[in-house]
Ligand binder design. Structure first.
Ligand code: CA
Ligand code: CA
Ligand code: CA
Length: 392
């Protein structure tokens, strides 16, 4: 056979296999960070974080390739990417919902220029010639104490940005603690300008002689966990501590989530999820994992019953590159919202993405005029068995 024909055949074979592998929904594990967009912090203890940041017109600041190095341990990957993938605002008077990330966007000109006073003691980072990101290390109080002899104060790396949409402001804040904990949140502030004539759909603001419309924000976080050295072998476990009928005892129940899932937190039986590597363990042979901790459960609610994506708190999916926005996702080759991303795909030892809906209802106060005091919606990603003992 002609050598050139064999060559052409081989090339075709390689191209075909590349196409097949790119269609297997695994996110490339070798993505590179644009020059100047890496942030890394090593604490005096030796614990360290490193990550990449970028700005997108829609999501605003997006973090990726997040690694944590515990004291005396090797650096390991926690998350491939984390973004605020939609903010849906529902007004209590029934006026039309807004989808802020896709209709307006947190990036572009809506991303605010930060002055040094918003980043005291820290470092500002530029995007397109403007300072838009603050990186700062702060004291974070006690990591632990046991009597007066055993005590330790810790630090955290904090990353902040602010976006303005329709006179409201959204502060995105990520805190990376020395002990491996990640605290993520969005703070709402700025001006509340919407008014209503229905006193039951808002709060009378004396100083402005108006009724300020109350509203609910649904924040959808997209958490592409990539635990350890391989991103396509992660396992999701649902763990409950179920009280007995008389509530004298609690029984732990662990279930591996084998296919895509839409579910809600249930504080009464302490249901939560952890994402672990299939094979990597700490020095005590326990799988390394991160668990999700909700902080604002008192604000959680389902929202408009005609919207299936507002029915659950957590959606667990396998990675699909076209699944970017939790709601109003482009539909050329993809579902339009997170409830459609959950379509029975296998999630056992896969590239996992968790979609997390966090809700905040605002009933304005006189003190919010004006501007409105920041109200935070936060959650925590907590290492579980990342190290075999407390290394701090
Ligand atoms: Ca993994
Ligand atoms: Ca799916
Ligand atoms: Ca993943």
């Amino acid at each position: 056979m002609n050598k050139n024909i064999i060559k052409a055949g081989l090339t075709l074979l390689i191209l075909t296999s590349l196409l097949i592998s790119s269609a297997s929904f695994a996110r490339p594990n070798t993505s590179s960070c644009a020059a100047g967009n890496t942030i890394s912090k090593t604490f005096s203890s030796g614990a360290a974080w490193d990550l990449c940041w970028e700005v997108r017109d829609e999501e605003g600041v997006v973090l990726s390739d997040i690694h944590y190095k515990a004291v005396g341990a090797t650096r390991k990957k926690v998350l491939g990417e984390v973004s605020l993938s939609q903010i849906q605002t529902e007004y209590d008077d029934g006026s039309a919902d807004q989808f802020l990330v896709t209709d307006f966007g947190l990036g572009g000109n809506r991303l605010q220029t930060l002055s040094p006073s918003m980043c005291e003691g820290g470092q500002l980072h530029e995007e397109a010639g403007r300072n838009v990101l603050c990186e700062v290390t702060r004291a974070n109080g006690y990591i632990y104490r046991y009597r007066d002899e055993v005590r330790r104060q810790g630090s955290k790396l904090e990353i902040l940005s602010a976006s303005s949409i329709n006179s409201r402001e959204f502060i995105l804040r990520w805190s990376f603690l020395e002990n491996g904990t990640i605290e993520t949140g969005v703070g709402i502030t700025g001006q509340f300008t919407k008014t209503t004539s229905d006193s039951k759909a808002g709060w009378t603001v004396t100083s402005e002689n108006k009724i300020s419309t109350s509203f609910t924000d649904h924040f959808f976080w997209r958490l592409d966990f990539d635990i350890g050295s391989s991103n396509d072998n992660d396992v999701v476990e649902q763990i409950k501590s179920i009280p007995s009928t008389d509530r004298l005892t609690k029984t732990k129940q662990t279930q591996t989530i084998s296919s895509e899932l839409a579910a809600s937190f249930t504080p009464a039986n302490k249901k939560f999820w952890r994402i672990r590597d299939q094979s990597e363990t700490n020095n005590a042979n326990q799988p390394i994992s991160y668990e999700m901790v909700m902080l604002n459960y008192g604000q959680q609610s389902k929202g408009n019953s005609s919207y299936p994506w507002l029915k659950n708190d957590v959606y667990i999916t396998t990675y699909n590159a076209c699944e970017r926005f939790a709601v109003n996702n482009p539909t050329n080759s993809c579902g339009s919202n997170v409830s459609e991303f959950v379509n029975s795909q296998n999630t056992n030892a896969k590239d996992i993405v968790v979609w997390y809906r966090l809700v905040h209802h605002t009933l304005p106060r006189d003190e919010d005029f004006s501007p409105a005091a920041v109200q935070w919606s936060n959650f925590i990603l907590l290492p579980r068995d990342w190290t075999s003992t407390n290394k701090l």
